[in-house]
Design a protein around this ligand. Structure first.
Ligand SMILES: C[S@@+](CC[C@H](N)C(=O)[O-])C[C@H]1O[C@@H](n2cnc3c(N)ncnc32)[C@H](O)[C@@H]1O
Length: 302
């Protein structure tokens, strides 16, 4: 067992065939498929039948590049995907959703006809918003249930044909170099065990711009991090400076926000949360606010 690495696996076919700890010939064949990057064409009914609703691991010797994401299994469950937005972005959580969308719009600027990739797009909160504004947008995520939510959202918004949702692994993006004008990821880097590997892959497929957010180690988030289902990787500014330098990205802008943690806002009805948000913004406008902020939005150019 020690000779084998685990890889998050992504198709029902592998789930049905590979059982137990011994890698098989079949396993190697599907490993190649997984390593190619695209794990299905993103349709709700791929050619092999229903998409997997539970997540399993494929074991195989060598070959895997060792890029992991915390909680990757978590998002494979249909009920987690169905509840994802309600749990985070209703009530006081709406203020967070609004702020994050503004951060994406501010960073990307005018998006009409820009070719943009969102990695770990989840339920398509930003993907759909950008399609509505005329972007040539692709959303990629490893979870079929999260993507199903995104497709439904796009259909309801009348942009179902304008957005491409792909199921795939952000560690091996199935696109050539410089394929997009901009690539971004929201709420992903706190899950990444090897952020440098993901960032360099984003950088590879972007011609101009890379944008992402991180959760910060000096913030209130560190107080309750251990309570979260899969914890978070928390960053110091210096960590991100180093990541950007390693990826040969140049920082354009960094903005810090949310001295009060997300969980606090989520626990309140919207009308109660609003005055807290105003106070939060007032503190956030001072130097101490930058130090205590729980999230930073990083905008860089290639
Ligand atoms: C916290 S959610 C964020 C979703 C969306 N970006 C948002 O802000 O609402 C994290 C997402 O990362 C996706 N994910 C995790 N590992 C991934 C990987 N290796 N490649 C692509 N997506 C991945 C999960 O399936 C999940 O949808």
């Amino acid at each position: 067992m020690d000779d084998y690495e685990t890889v998050p696996f992504v198709s029902r076919e592998v789930a049905d065939v590979v059982v137990g700890p011994t890698p098989s010939t079949t396993c190697h064949a599907y490993t190649q498929h997984a390593q190619a990057g695209v794990v299905s064409d993103g349709n709700e009914r791929p050619s092999w039948g229903e998409p997997a609703t539970t997540f399993q691991y494929l074991l195989f010797p060598g070959g895997y590049n060792g890029r992991f994401v915390k909680g990757q299994e978590w998002y494979q469950a249909t009920e987690v995907a169905e509840e994802y937005e309600d749990k985070r972005f209703s009530g006081g959580g709406r203020l967070i959703d609004r702020r994050e969308k503004q951060a994406v719009l501010d960073a990307l600027g005018p998006v009409e006809d820009r070719r943009i990739l969102e990695i770990a797009c989840g339920t398509g909160r930003f993907t759909v918003m950008l399609a509505e504004r005329g972007a040539d947008i692709t959303g990629l995520d490893i979870s079929a249930p999260m993507l199903a939510q995104g497709r439904e959202k796009a259909r309801r918004a009348g942009v179902g044909d304008a957005v491409e949702f792909l199921r795939g692994d952000a560690a091996r993006l199935p696109f050539p170099d410089d394929h997009f004008d901009a690539v971004f990821a929201m709420r992903f880097f706190h899950l990444a065990d090897t952020p440098g590997a993901f960032l360099s892959e984003m950088c590879r497929v972007s011609r101009e711009q890379v944008f992402f957010d991180t959760f910060n180690g000096t913030s209130t988030r560190s107080l309750y991090n251990w309570l979260l289902p899969m914890g978070s990787r928390l960053y110091a500014d210096e960590d991100v400076d180093e990541l950007l330098a390693d990826a040969e990205l140049t920082l354009t802008d960094a903005s810090h926000d949310f001295v009060l943690p997300y969980g606090f806002y989520r626990s309140l009805p919207g009308s109660v949360a609003r005055p807290f948000r105003r106070a939060d913004l007032a503190v956030g406008g001072r130097t101490i606010g930058d130090t205590l902020a729980s999230v930073t939005y990083w905008n860089a150019h290639v």
